[in-house]
Design a protein around this ligand. Structure first.
Ligand code: PHE
Length: 455
């Protein structure tokens, strides 16, 4: 990005090139959501059927809401609360805006815990503390040994500190540049590990688990989970993409950027699934292990590779960087709000967000240590934050956004900012408008009703 200003009327930052805009957007989308959250949610909800529902939600809800957010960001060049207020969205807009800011801080809280695990695993792989020698029967404990007690908390807070130091130092540009180079490397590594999956004895079962849908597994909680995953993975519903689009230059093509983001993001999630599930079945683990699944399974994957320790170190460092490009975008939502709407200096806004997220992260991290027994609605703080943000707040934010853009601003707004020129792009814009008006609100509404047992 170039140029910064905390004033809404001043010169806002602009991404220097079209590639930088796309790469940063993909950088926000691709992260732990794909590699950690997707396999665990798919595992809990039965595999193939979850994947199909998730992909359907990406196409029918994800891409249209992404475009709606992009258009609002470009039209107002503002943070989420400012964007709704400039477009005269009234109270629902204010609600959606504040919900987005709160959600971003909630997500940052639990996301930092998992990102902290990536730091722990990188170091443990490097120093040899993570044992890749064989699939030993103690394997199940590797995760607990590494992250148990206060260790998880320490790494969480360190990660968060690192994230906010970057925001404070204004070096996000450097992080983005680095990730533009390193993310393709992560992608290649994932492909390599995928190929390795086919050498495992349980590959048939693993691949069948993730690709052959068993539709008897479709139920309200699975649909809610798949929808939440689509929102989470595409960084949607909380104004992250809106804030980023407000930094796009005029030449960035919004509709195309949305499709590129969705395709790359889904591809990474599918690759992660193909890496994890064959190993799950080969080593007799449970696909339903929940949030710790990937961190329990990956050491087994690396144990199969020649020079496993080196691959593991490289992989976890890249995963750490991928998390950082996502947390940078999450933090920007709240920082842009505090600095532009509450008129704080960027420094004060950053520190405020750091304090709030730090408190939340502490609660989430302790869920894996001393506060594991503390539950609300049957969920630890970590699970609760994840559930509320991903399955409720983000889809609700997406609902308001799509209704507002689809029904209040309507086609002229979309045509103006999506600039369809050929018959094909005009048809595509028509499809997006249709989804925003009908498909997204109806689907989100029905899934909400369904999951609370009304339907
Ligand atoms: N999409 C990111 C991921 O998949 C997470 C994220 C959510 C980032 C919301 C920004 C906002 O890891």
């Amino acid at each position: 990005m170039t140029k910064h200003s905390s004033s809404p009327s001043g010169n806002r930052a602009v991404f220097s090139t079209r590639f930088a805009a796309v790469a940063t957007t993909v950088g926000s989308a691709v992260g732990l959501g794909n590699i950690w959250r997707f396999p665990y949610e798919a595992g809990v909800h039965g595999g193939g059927a979850f994947l199909i529902c998730y992909l359907a939600f990406v196409m029918l809800i994800g891409v249209p809401v992404l475009c709606a957010e992009f258009c609002m960001g470009r039209a107002t060049r503002s943070n989420i609360v400012g964007a709704y207020s400039r477009l005269k969205a009234g109270k629902p807009g204010l609600f959606a805006g504040l919900l987005g800011v709160v959600s971003s801080l909630l997500i940052l809280s639990f996301y930092s815990v998992v990102a902290g695990w990536t730091v722990e695993y990188s170091l443990a792989s490097l120093t040899g503390a993570l044992d890749f020698s064989a699939a030993d029967p103690m394997g199940h404990d590797r995760f607990a040994v590494l992250t148990g007690g206060w260790r998880s908390t320490l790494w969480t807070l360190l990660f968060l500190g690192c994230n906010f130091a970057i925001m404070l130092g204004g070096v996000t540009k450097g992080i983005e540049r680095m990730s533009n180079v390193l993310m393709p490397v992560l992608f290649l590594l994932l492909i390599l590990f995928c190929v390795n999956s086919f050498t495992l004895s349980g590959w048939r079962q693993g691949v069948a688990f993730i690709f052959s849908p068993d539709f008897s597994k479709v139920n309200p909680s699975m649909l809610l989970g798949a929808m939440g995953q689509a929102f989470f993975s595409l960084s949607l519903g909380l104004g992250g993409m809106m804030t980023y689009a407000s930094y796009f230059s005029k030449t960035t093509r919004l509709a195309r950027t949305a499709v590129t983001t969705a395709v790359l993001d889904s591809a990474v999630a599918i690759l992660a699934g193909v890496i994890i599930f064959p190993a799950v079945f080969t080593f007799n683990l449970s696909p339903e292990a929940g949030p710790t699944l990937v961190f329990e399974v990956l050491p087994y994957v690396f144990s199969q590779l020649p020079a496993g320790r080196m691959w593991a170190t490289l992989f976890f460092i890249l995963l750490f960087l991928a998390s950082l490009t996502s947390t940078v975008s999450m933090s920007e939502i709240a920082i842009a709000y505090f600095s532009e709407e509450r008129r704080m200096s960027r420094r004060k806004a950053t520190l405020t967000c750091a304090l709030i997220a730090g408190a939340g992260a502490l609660l989430c991290a302790l869920s894996f240590g001393p506060a594991a027994g503390f539950k609300v609605c049957g969920m630890t703080m970590f699970n609760l934050f994840d559930y509320v943000a991903s399955n409720i707040s983000l889809p609700l934010g997406g609902f308001i956004c799509s209704v507002f853009v689809g029904w209040k601003l309507r086609s002229p707004f979309l045509n103006r900012y999506l600039q369809p020129v050929t018959p094909l792009t005009r048809a595509y814009t028509g499809y997006l408008g249709f989804c925003m008006r009908w498909v997204c609100p109806t689907a989100i509404f029905l899934i909400f009703l369904n999951s609370i047992g009304i339907l």
